[in-house]
Every structure is written in C-alpha cells, then in structure tokens.
Design a binder for this molecule. Structure first.
Ligand SMILES: C[S@@+](CC[C@H](N)C(=O)[O-])C[C@H]1O[C@@H](n2cnc3c(N)ncnc32)[C@H](O)[C@@H]1O
Length: 211
C-alpha cells in the first residue's frame, strides 16, 4: 500500500497501475523535497506520469495543492523514504531522478550501501535511465562527511570505485560530469538555489542505465 498526498491529507492507494494506464512514460523523482521539479515537468509533458517521493509530507503541501487546483492529472506525491518504500513501484520508471540528496539517500548513491542502491535500481524498467545530481565538499559540509564517512568526490572516484559499486546493483554508469553554473541554474529548485547561490562548487551528475 502506498501513502499519497492529496490536498494536505495522506491517503492510501491500493493499485497505482490504474493511474498509469494511459501514459507512455513514467518518471520518478526520489527525495523530491517540495516537489517543484516534477510539478514543472508534469505541466510540460502531459504524456508522462510523474511520481515525486519524499518522507516529509509538509514540504509537499504547496505543490500537491497546486496540482489539485490546476487539475494536473499526471502527477502524484508519495510519502516515504526509499528504505520504507514497498515494491509497488518496482520496474515502473523510464527515468529515476535524484537531485541534491542528503542523509541516507545521499549516502546510498555515493557509497557501497547495497540495501539502498538495490532498492533505487529496482524502481527502473530494464534499460531505464538513472539521473543523479549531487554535491558535497570538505569546505562546505565537513560534519556530514565525517558523520556519514562519505568518500572524497572526484571524477576518478566516480568512474572507478563507484562504477564497480553500481554494477553490483545492475546499473551501468554511462556518463559522469562536473556541471557548470548555468547547468545548475536550470533546475530552479529550492535546494539548487539554497546550496549553490553565490558559491562556486563542484556539482556532479552521474547517468547510469539499468542493465
Ligand atoms: C536537499 S533536499 C533536495 C530536495 C529536492 N530534490 C530539490 O532539489 O530541491 C534533500 C531531500 O532528500 C530527502 N531524503 C533524505 N533522505 C531520504 C531517503 N532516505 N529517502 C527518500 N528521500 C530522502 C529529504 O527529505 C529532502 O527532501
């Protein structure tokens, strides 16, 4: 059973497949925050169904209300962490986005934590794209690096150790880039602005495909 947010209320959804029937593509945004990223995409792409997932319901009130108000049918917000997500969404997504994660979600995509990365990988169909954008550094987040024992980020690390870790979760890393400030600005999400406004810092994007 999935818990979805409708107009500030959490309701239970028996069968998500009923909602998905008429859509060509399904995209998931994991750790969606306030849900703006998928809200904007849903307005632009009516043939794609968007699923935003986050454990904190209150941050999603604004965009969940807007989706109801403007009758945007191709979006839902699911209240869950990746750890607690059941298997209802397995093998559904054409694209899985994770943008500017923190906490265990960040840890799960940059370290060898099969219990998290395997669950993320399960969300995609065979051949699905996994598009992860993230940043941390010893200059800006020393406490988080220490607490979670995060590896030092570099393209070398992503293309060697992390590539091997992803293979074990059936994900083949196909590209790994250091984004430029204009590429970061296009997100327009709360966190892309909060984390990077006025700061020059490395932001990495890994694209992988489900094998
Ligand atoms: C820095 S915010 C980024 C939000 C949004 N993606 C954006 O770009 O504005 C990180 C988000 O990750 C979510 N998160 C943290 N741990 C998570 C987990 N284990 N499973 C799912 N989401 C998680 C948080 O609730 C938070 O909304």
């Amino acid at each position: 059973m999935l818990r979805i947010l409708i107009n500030k209320k959490i309701e239970e959804l028996d069968n998500i497949n009923d909602l998905l029937e008429q859509y060509k593509y399904i995209n998931i945004d994991l750790g969606t925050g306030n849900g703006k990223f998928v809200y904007d995409l849903a307005k632009k792409n009516p043939n794609t169904f968007y699923i935003g997932i986050d454990p904190t319901a209150s941050n999603l009130f604004e965009y969940s209300k807007k989706a109801q108000k403007y009758k945007i049918k191709n979006i839902i917000y699911i209240i869950s962490s990746i750890e607690n997500l059941n298997d209802d969404l397995n093998n559904l997504a054409d694209i899985v986005y994770i943008n500017f994660p923190w906490g265990s979600l960040l840890e799960g995509i940059v370290k060898d934590m099969p219990e998290i990365l395997n669950k993320i990988s399960l969300l995609g169909k065979s051949g699905a794209e996994f598009n992860f954008t993230f940043a941390y550094s010893s200059l800006h987040e020393p406490a988080e690096i220490e607490k979670r024992q995060l590896p030092i980020l570099s393209t070398d690390y992503l293309l060697s150790d992390l590539t091997e870790i992803y293979k074990k979760a059936n994900l083949k890393i196909v590209s790994c880039i250091d984004l430029t400030p204009p590429e970061i600005n296009v997100f327009g999400t709360l966190w892309s602005k909060k984390l990077f406004l006025g700061k020059s810092r490395d932001v990495f994007r890994i694209i992988s495909h489900k094998i």
